[in-house]
Ligand binder design. Structure first.
Ligand code: AHR
Length: 322
């Protein structure tokens, strides 16, 4: 809470200096929001963009949306453009964790509050943003590992695991690696034999899985842990093309819980998916209203999520909203 107050104290100083708010929509009474999205790398991201756009389509908001195409430089440019346009609130999902200090200081100097959505930043001064709404990615990695340990009950060692990481330097890749290792390392049967980034996309997931299969040669891969469903779906293609049965010869657990993952589970090709809810729009809109009204908001808002397995896919598929 102290940090929250510190942010608004600084905002007050910026406002007194004549640089707060008052952008092009000041007269309409609408809250102008500059939103910088990571890109369109996955089914998850598409659902997240839809949710944010729908929630901020309410007449009380004016949305300026920018797609960063998975490049930090594009996102920094977008944030600078929002600052120049004097938006009321900036919201963004940072592609990687580091390298935001300068632009966030510029936003603060302009008196514009920043709300982080989905992914975290690492900054020496956390008061540079007001709040972060998103999943607990460390816990998601732990959940994937716990599922694996349960699934491997009665199996003997070694269990050879390959890992498809998300975008290098991103919060979900860093945190999921950490959470997964924390749990899997408690069970000596598991060995992570290969780990490489597939950048959260299907195409890269397939390419990297092909490389894993080739590099392992005659050595059996028992398990694939993919940091998202899209990479797992790409990898499933690679496994099939190598003449193996995904979900049988190689057990697969991934993260997100998108419709494509439920279809793969229904077809018996994916064993489990850990939910990561992209439908953040309504909660983000409420946070933006509160931040704009200078109400107190929690520094961190965590989204509730579960784990789904192959035997639940049939019943759950019709209920999936993304
Ligand atoms: O930041 C959330 C992650 O980003 C999702 O797990 C992944 O699918 C997306 O690209």
């Amino acid at each position: 809470m102290a940090r929250f107050s510190a942010w608004f104290a600084l905002l007050g100083i910026a406002a007194l200096a004549g640089c707060s708010g008052g952008g092009p929509d000041a007269d309409s009474g609408a809250i102008t929001v500059g939103f910088s999205q990571v890109g369109a790398e996955s089914e998850w991201r598409t659902a997240n963009t839809r949710s944010v756009k729908e929630a901020l389509a309410e007449p009380e908001f004016r949305l300026k949306f920018s797609d960063g195409q998975q490049k930090q430089e594009n996102q920094i440019k977008a944030l600078r453009s929002f600052i120049a346009q004097r938006v009321d609130v900036i919201a963004f999902s940072p592609v990687v964790e580091t390298g935001w200090d300068t632009v966030l200081q510029e936003a603060r100097a302009a008196g514009i509050p920043v709300v982080l959505t989905d992914r975290a930043v690492q900054v020496p001064d956390p008061s540079l943003y007001v709040t972060l709404i998103g999943s607990d990615f460390v816990e998601e990695g732990r959940r994937a590992a716990r599922w694996l340990i349960e699934d491997a009950a009665g199996r003997s060692s070694p269990i050879r695991v390959v890992e498809l990481q998300g975008t290098v330097g991103s919060a979900p890749a860093n945190d999921r690696m950490q959470g997964f290792r924390e749990v899997v390392e408690t069970d000596a049967r598991f060995q992570i034999v290969r780990s490489q980034s597939g950048d959260f996309t299907r195409a890269r997931g397939k390419e990297v899985m092909e490389a894993f299969i080739k590099a392992e040669g005659r050595q059996k891969i028992d398990v694939l842990f993919a940091h998202n469903d899209d990479m797992a779906i790409g990898a499933i293609q690679a496994i099939e093309e190598a003449g193996l049965k995904p979900g049988e010869d190689i057990r697969i657990v991934s993260i997100d819980g998108v419709r494509g993952a439920f279809e793969a589970m229904k077809a018996g090709k994916l064993n489990a998916t850990v939910e990561c809810n992209p439908l953040l729009g309504p909660q983000l809109a409420q946070l933006i209203r509160d931040v704009h009204a200078r109400k107190e908001v929690p520094k961190r808002v965590v989204v509730e999520e579960g784990v789904f397995t192959r035997d639940q896919a049939d019943a759950e598929l019709p209920n999936r909203k993304y």
